[in-house]
Design a binder for this molecule. Structure first.
Ligand code: KIV
Ligand code: NA
Length: 266
């Protein structure tokens, strides 16, 4: 099967087919999602929380993202690979954003994602003019955690109109799609109707054109998962049980046994 490209996401919206996205950060897990049929892999800066042990995305560097993007890119051939521009590497202007995007594209990204609406429109337009496909991200934007007062639903009450304006600004700037994070379902549905580009929801109800989850939340890797995520597996428990069986087998001298010992195969 051939590469998923940006225009396929538009076709999916236009024909009413849902778009699937999961995060991926390495060459171990990305091929598993490819073989599951996931359309798009997001090398998210959630890397900071999920893999690097930080408690936010703010410490994530461009080098961190380049390394992860390369690993994902080397390990799959079908999914569209979108990489996040990390905090501090694009907000100051088109030039900074372009240089950072080039680093991610050279590492194997097919598109980049950045956070913000009206305030980022000129940066989005500048990247698009230089041949870089851009996905927007509005609603709760984790890089602005300290400005937004932590993870919380965005676009309530009077803020709904501003969120709609952000969405329209992102589309007008030339983005090929937009993530809506932690937005009331009704508002996300309205934005999805108003925009011609596809919306990808996370904590934004069922009426977006596609859905994204952080893979460790999807797979049930950790005890905690956000309320909007469904645990589609208990992979953390399965992995712990495998590791615990291994430990017990070594300690009890039942591994390695004769069948795993090399001279017996010679
Ligand atoms: O970094 C990330 O995982 C994201 C998604 C939650 C949209 O930006
Ligand atoms: Na992100």
């Amino acid at each position: 099967t051939s590469r998923v490209r940006v225009h396929h996401l538009q076709q999916a919206k236009d024909s009413g087919e849902k778009i699937t996205m999961l995060t991926a950060y390495d060459a171990l897990v990305a091929p598993i999602f490819e073989s599951a049929g996931v359309d798009t892999l997001l090398v998210g800066d959630s890397l900071g929380n999920v893999v690097l042990g930080f408690d936010s995305t703010i410490p994530v560097s461009l080098d961190d993202m380049v390394r992860a993007t390369g690993a994902v890119s080397r390990s799959v051939s079908r999914p569209l690979i979108i990489a996040d521009l990390p905090f501090g590497t694009y907000e100051s202007g088109v030039e900074a954003a372009f240089d950072s995007s080039v680093a991610l594209m050279k590492a194997g990204a097919h598109a980049i994602k950045l956070e913000g609406g009206v305030s980022r429109a000129s940066i989005i337009a500048g990247l698009v003019a230089n041949g870089i496909p851009v996905m927007g991200h509005i609603g709760y934007t984790p890089q602005a955690e300290h400005a937004l007062g932590g993870p919380r639903l965005q676009g309530r009450g009077n803020a709904a109109q501003r969120l709609i304006e952000d969405a329209i600004a992102v589309e007008k700037a030339g983005a090929f799609g937009i993530v809506l994070e932690m937005v009331p379902g009704k508002l996300a549905a309205e934005v999805t109707r108003k925009l011609s580009i596809p919306t990808i929801g996370i904590g934004a109800g069922p009426d977006c054109d596609g859905q994204v989850l952080v893979w460790s939340d999807m797979a049930g890797m950790t005890d905690w998962s956000p309320r909007f995520a469904r645990r589609f597996g208990e992979v953390g428990t399965a992995l712990r049980e495998a590791a615990s069986d291994y430990v017990n087998a070594v300690v009890s001298d039942s591994f390695p046994s004769a069948e795993h010992t090399r001279e017996n195969h010679e």
